[in-house]
Structure formats: C-alpha cells, structure tokens
Design a protein around this ligand. Structure first.
Ligand SMILES: CC(C)(COP(=O)(O)OP(=O)(O)OC[C@H]1O[C@@H](n2cnc3c(N)ncnc32)[C@H](O)[C@@H]1OP(=O)(O)O)[C@@H](O)C(=O)NCCC(=O)NCCS
Length: 128
C-alpha cells in the first residue's frame, strides 16, 4: 500500500485507540483512557476514513530499556503493511544503545521485523 500515513494521535483520537486496543483482550493488556492520555505523544496511529485502524505505543523505561506495547491492526485491515509502518515509526523513538523489547504471542511477526531472542535461555515470567 502506498501513502501509509502514520500519525501522532490527538486527544480526540483516544476513544478510537481505546476501542481498538480493548477489542483484543486475548493478545493485549486492556488500557484506560487516562493511561493513554498521559503518554499520548508516544503513541502512533493510522486512520482510514477518520477511524483508528492501527496503533502502538513506545514505552520508555530508561535510557537502556523500552517496550513496544498495545500494537494492533484492526482485523479487516491486516496484511497490508500497516503494522510494519507503525512499528518502523515507533522505533524511531528509540535511542542508540537502548534495547527495545516486545511481549507478544506473535513472535514470528516481530522476528520478521528485526526482533530476536536476547538469550535463548531467558523467559519472561509474570508473578501471579
Ligand atoms: C501482528 C499484527 C499487528 C500484524 O498486522 P498486519 O497488518 O497483518 O502486518 P503487516 O501487513 O504490516 O505485515 C508485515 C509483515 O509481517 C508479516 N506478518 C503479519 N502477521 C504475521 C504473523 N502473525 N506471523 C508472522 N508474520 C506475520 C507479513 O506477512 C508481512 O511480511 P512481509 O513484509 O514479508 O510481507 C496483527 O496481526 C495484529 O494486530 N494482531 C493482534 C494483536 C497482537 O497480537 N499484537 C502483538 C502484541 S504486542
């Protein structure tokens, strides 16, 4: 697809982001309006006919560590390169030497896009 425009969201886009992210509780941690609003400048979206059809956010933890979160393309718009475009734009926020990780059930997508296991023997484990 040509002319994919990745945008920084405006406050008026928050409901659209919220709907998209919270439509897939199987893959994504639910987010709240307040949470999105607080770090809105780190989010990126793609809109089609005024509807948010793709989004993701870059969560900076420190100079050395950051995460790609809430990364989703609306099911009807998948396979057209929108995810790739959002990811590329999100990663421009990383700084040299910073490790960017993702917690995902779709490792193959990220492996295709330059992510890899840091050390094969490391696992991410959640308490409770
Ligand atoms: C993962 C996701 C964002 C991909 O969206 P998409 O719009 O289909 O992706 P793109 O069209 O930009 O695909 C880019 C490339 O990744 C590949 N790809 C897409 N989904 C893939 C998958 N599930 N597994 C492996 N490769 C995949 C495409 O084939 C394409 O490869 P190419 O560049 O060689 O042609 C989408 O499937 C999604 O929203 N999933 C649910 C939410 C989720 O699990 N998010 C990740 C957790 S953070």
């Amino acid at each position: 697809v040509h002319n994919i425009k990745v945008l920084k969201p405006k406050p008026s886009d928050i409901p659209g982001i919220l709907t998209l992210v919270n439509s897939d509780s199987e893959h994504l941690i639910p987010r709240t309006k307040a949470e999105i609003r607080k770090k809105l400048t780190f989010w990126r979206i793609i809109k089609i006919e005024r509807k948010v059809i793709a989004c993701g956010c870059f969560e900076r933890y420190s100079k050395r560590m950051a995460e790609v979160r809430s990364f989703i393309v609306h099911p009807e718009y998948r396979g057209k390169g929108y995810a790739k475009a959002i990811l590329k734009n999100l990663l421009t926020q990383s700084q040299p030497g910073q490790r960017v990780f993702v917690v995902t059930s779709l490792p193959d997508f990220f492996k295709k896009n330059a992510f890899s296991a840091f050390l094969q023997e490391k696992y991410i484990l959640f308490y409770h």
